[in-house]
Ligand binder design. Structure first.
Ligand code: AMP
Length: 409
């Protein structure tokens, strides 16, 4: 693979897999363009070098071939505006970046438009998932796509855990020096590798959220790497019950009690400290207007449930985070969507920010952790916020992501 930032794209046609899977309203207006904006630096670097850009993406989940609803043509105008600093009217010949659209991603029109593309121009291809071959990882389809450009850039980390034609299979049709990660994907990969393979110790992983079953693989992988694992959120109560605690009607997966015991045992053997919340904010119902109290997490009265970590737990967790050189955070400490149960998550967010300010490397991400970051305005105060969702979760689980492997191999 080559390094994107040091590659000179002059005279090259870069075929970029982007994630333009943006939400559209019923008038086909984009309601959140974060994913499009995120990849603009990658596109601009190539155009600035004197290269041209061919963009391919999926949009939604079309079931039976081409559908107007899922056409990427709805994105052309906005893409033009993003590339031309907000100017709305494509007036060709005025020095603006031209954006073409091909109403297919393979075939004659796509091939012809791609071949005629001049340096500084952009071509957006129609939805890859109009072909079943995309998600099946079909080689012949991937090879057809590969013919459109001479350099392959993957900037769609969000789909890196899928072995699809455009995200992984296609890479083999480019020589090693002509395939690379885009700037967005490079940021995700570098941060994830830094935490999982080059973490400075003490390394604390904070794992929260609803269910143990969703996070078992992550915890097992982190047991090999972290010095401390903080477990909060609904999943903590399965651990509490496994240790013989009374958890009232808190969230619990009874079929995972043995798993929880196994994790605690493994941690002991490996010398990893697992921190469970000593106390909890409890509620008499799962509602914003519930009555609340604070109790030890292993002595919750019947009919009450733990919906946030308590003040003692918050203090202990913050102290552990404060001593860390590397912090990985996935999942809230409580039902942070409700005001009465957000204090724990907010305090942990502040502890992660403070630790980062003192020089720790902190990565927040996986699943919907980005919602937590946004709610508590944490984005600029941690080292890296991953938008990789499911792909980042699989990376934390220790899996090899096909989209990463395909570029590197
Ligand atoms: P996850 O997607 O697994 O990261 O879980 C996030 C969800 O877990 C959020 O919607 C939280 O409201 C929920 N959650 C966190 N703590 C608890 C808890 N103690 N009881 C029930 N749900 C919780």
């Amino acid at each position: 693979m080559s390094k994107f930032s040091s590659f000179n794209f002059s005279g090259h046609k870069a075929l970029i897999r982007v994630d333009f899977n943006v939400p559209l309203d019923t008038n086909y207006s984009i309601t959140d363009d974060t994913r499009m904006r995120a990849t603009i630096p990658t596109i601009k670097k190539i155009l600035g070098d004197g290269g041209s850009v061919i963009l391919m993406s999926h949009l939604g989940r079309p079931k039976d071939g081409p559908t107007d609803k899922y056409s990427l043509k709805h994105l052309v105008k906005h893409l033009y505006e993003l590339l031309n600093d907000g100017h709305a009217n494509p007036a060709f010949g005025d020095g603006s970046t031209r954006v073409f659209f091909a109403d297919n991603c393979i075939g004659e029109q796509a091939a012809l438009t791609a071949s005629m593309l001049k340096p500084g121009e952009v071509l957006l291809l129609e939805n890859l998932r109009f072909y079943k071959e995309e998600e099946k990882g079909d080689e012949a389809f991937a090879e057809k796509l590969s013919k459109l450009g001479d350099v392959y850039v993957n900037d769609a980390f969000g789909t890196a855990h899928r072995a699809h034609a455009s995200t992984a299979v296609i890479a083999q049709f480019f020589p090693a020096e002509k395939r690379m990660f885009g700037l967005l994907m490079e940021g995700e990969v570098v941060s994830a590798e830094k935490v999982l393979h080059g973490a400075e110790k003490p390394f604390t992983a904070i794992i929260g959220g609803a269910k143990v079953s969703d996070k078992i693989l992550i915890i097992e992988n982190l047991l090999q790497r972290a010095t401390d694992i903080i477990i909060g959120g609904g999943m903590a109560y399965t651990f509490m019950k496994a240790r013989g605690g009374k958890i009232g009607s808190s969230l619990c997966e009874d079929d995972r009690l043995q798993t929880a015991m196994d994790i605690l045992e493994q941690a002991k053997q490996k010398g990893v400290s697992i921190h469970l919340p000593e106390d909890s904010v409890i509620a008499d119902k799962f509602a914003a207007d519930a009555n609340t109290d604070v109790r030890p997490s292993d002595a919750i009265p019947d009919g009450w449930m733990g919906l946030d970590i308590g003040p003692k737990a918050t203090g202990i967790f913050s102290e552990v985070i404060g001593k860390s050189k590397t912090v990985l955070w996935n999942g809230p400490m409580g039902v942070f969507e409700m005001e009465k149960f957000q204090a724990g998550t907010k305090a942990i967010a502040e502890a992660v920010a403070a630790s980062t300010a003192h020089g720790a490397f902190s990565l927040v991400g996986g699943g919907d952790s980005v919602a937590v970051v946004n709610k508590f305005n944490l984005a600029s105060k941690v080292s890296y916020v991953s938008t990789g969702g499911g792909a980042m979760l699989e990376y934390f689980e220790g899996k090899t992501l096909p989209g990463i492997a395909a570029i590197k191999e």
